[in-house]
Design a protein around this ligand. Structure first.
Ligand code: CUA
Length: 323
């Protein structure tokens, strides 16, 4: 029995030491999660070796040597039973407590975090900054802690930034949030991590971390630029940023969808043989509900986009210029 007590106490002491070592100075969630992962990984390897090495050894050591050989009769061992129940329990508790501690830390947003509102839609993200500007699929932030307040305009999406080891659902009608620590300038990918429709894999964005001064001057120049932009120019940016051109060419080439060149004002023949004129109303309908009037010869796989009216107007204005 005394051996059990010694084993249990020692392993508990070691595990708690590791626990405090990894949790104590954690300030950056990404770093804490990495350390936590490493700890799980090391413990898993130790458990695997503890089981596999003796297993392989015993297989050879106690192999049946003669036909009439009988195995030894072994009674249970209380010491072993308690040890191999006790140690896994302690490991599980320690890892569980640490996960919980990290989770709570991760839910607490630092006071000085820079906040951006992110609205998900099929298929993209609109970033709305407190400075009164908006970007599409591009999240610009200054170095430091960043808080994202998130919501979805249609179905459930998930805003995942592997670099910062964070992800959180974007839910229609409910604000969710997450934060991360942007330590240095750089560009990182954002993925939608919740199957949200056929365009799910294309729902990508970038986080662009900038030095504070660079960020402030970007905000100023962006404000000036966007207020100076004509609807046509805004529409051009939207068509580019929303990825429309992967199906609709601008030069008359036929890809998966009708080319935008000379599109506006023309007439299209629909599946049922009727004709529509490509005007403001038809463009608006085709963006919001693409399957309503599919042009003959094209597959109806374009997904609806829930864009604000001003964006649809800008896109229409741009299409008018593509003669
Ligand atoms: Cu949005 Cu997947």
């Amino acid at each position: 029995m005394y051996r059990f007590v010694i084993t249990a106490t020692t392993s508990m002491a070691v595990l708690f030491f590791i626990f405090f070592l990894t949790v104590a100075e954690a300030v950056d969630p990404a770093e804490s999660w990495q350390k936590h992962y490493n700890l799980w990984f090391i413990i898993s390897i130790i458990i695997w070796l503890t089981v596999t090495v003796p297993l392989v050894y015993f297989v050879f050591r106690y192999k049946k040597k003669r036909e009439d050989e009988d195995g030894a009769y072994i009674e249970g061992s209380t010491f072993l039973e308690i040890t191999w129940t006790g140690i896994p329990i302690i490991i599980t508790i320690v890892l569980g407590v640490q996960s919980w501690a990290l989770f709570n830390q991760y839910r607490k947003v630092p006071q000085d975090a820079y906040e951006v509102r992110v609205e998900g839609f099929q298929y993209g993200y609109e970033m709305i900054y407190s400075e009164g500007i908006k970007t599409l699929n591009e999240l610009r932030v200054p170095v430091g802690p960043v808080k994202l307040s998130m919501i979805s305009k249609d179905v459930i999406h998930n805003f995942a930034i592997p670099k910062y080891k964070v992800r959180e659902d974007m839910i229609p009608g409910r604000m969710t949030y997450q934060w991360f620590l942007a330590k240095e300038p750089g560009e990182h990918m954002v993925y939608c991590a919740e199957l949200c429709g056929p365009g799910h894999s294309q729902m990508l964005a970038k986080v662009i971390v900038m030095e504070k001064n660079d960020f402030n001057s970007w905000v100023e120049s962006y404000k000036i630029e966007s207020s100076a932009l004509s609807p046509e120019e805004r529409g051009k940016n939207l068509v580019k940023n929303l990825g429309c051109t992967s199906c609709h060419s601008l030069d008359g080439e036929e890809i998966a969808g009708a080319s935008f060149k000379g599109y506006y004002g023309g007439a299209s023949i629909l599946e049922d043989g009727s004709t529509v004129t490509v005007d403001d109303a038809y463009i608006e309908e085709s963006i919001k509900n693409p399957k309503a009037k599919v042009v003959k010869g094209y597959d109806p796989f374009m997904q609806p986009y829930s864009l604000p009216d001003e964006d649809i107007k800008a896109i229409t204005a741009y299409l008018k210029t593509l003669k």
